[in-house]
Design a protein around this ligand. Structure first.
Ligand code: DAT
Ligand code: MG
Length: 140
């Protein structure tokens, strides 16, 4: 069994709403280990790398503006199958449709441009996780 890592971001809406602790509580209650935690302000360059797959899409600039609207809590976590496991804790991208019991399902709704205000980011594969952790935590 290979222990893996993933990147979690509590997005500016989650930090603003005081949900950072709730996200960390759920991660720890699930049995994952915190590896690194940092509150920071994203820059356009960091976000262009982080969201490279979305650069050029119509929602990209609104997404960047939102991600720069306040501090982000970046968290690297560790555990067996943690990439899939945190995506499961986070729930579907669209908070309106995300299952109750998930972070997004319990705390996010979406309409219009609000779909990006879905509390958390979680890496979508071990390869993405390695790339994203290197971006947000260059010293790890
Ligand atoms: P996820 O965060 O579930 O991995 P994603 O990688 O497809 O979703 O998109 C990244 C973020 O961009 C997502 O959390 C919310 C936003 N987003 C995705 N699709 C969008 C759309 N069609 N309109 C507006 N924002 C969108
Ligand atoms: Mg994604």
């Amino acid at each position: 069994p290979t222990v893996e890592r993933t990147l979690v971001l509590v997005k500016p809406d989650g930090v603003r709403r005081g949900l950072s602790g709730e996200v960390l509580r759920r991660v720890e209650a699930k049995g994952y280990t915190l590896v690194a935690v940092e509150l920071l302000d994203a820059t356009p360059g960091l976000l262009a790398e982080h969201y490279a797959e979305h650069v050029g899409k119509e929602f990209y600039q609104p997404l960047v503006d939102f991600m720069m609207s306040g501090p982000i809590l970046a968290v690297a976590i560790e555990g067996q199958r943690v990439v899939e496991g945190f995506r499961s804790l986070a729930g579907a991208t669209d908070g309106t449709l995300a299952s109750p019991g998930t972070i997004r399902g319990d705390f996010a709704r979406s309409w219009g441009s609000k779909v990006m205000q879905n509390i958390v980011h979680g890496s979508d594969s071990p390869e993405s996780a390695a790339r994203e952790i290197a971006l947000w935590f260059p010293k790890l």
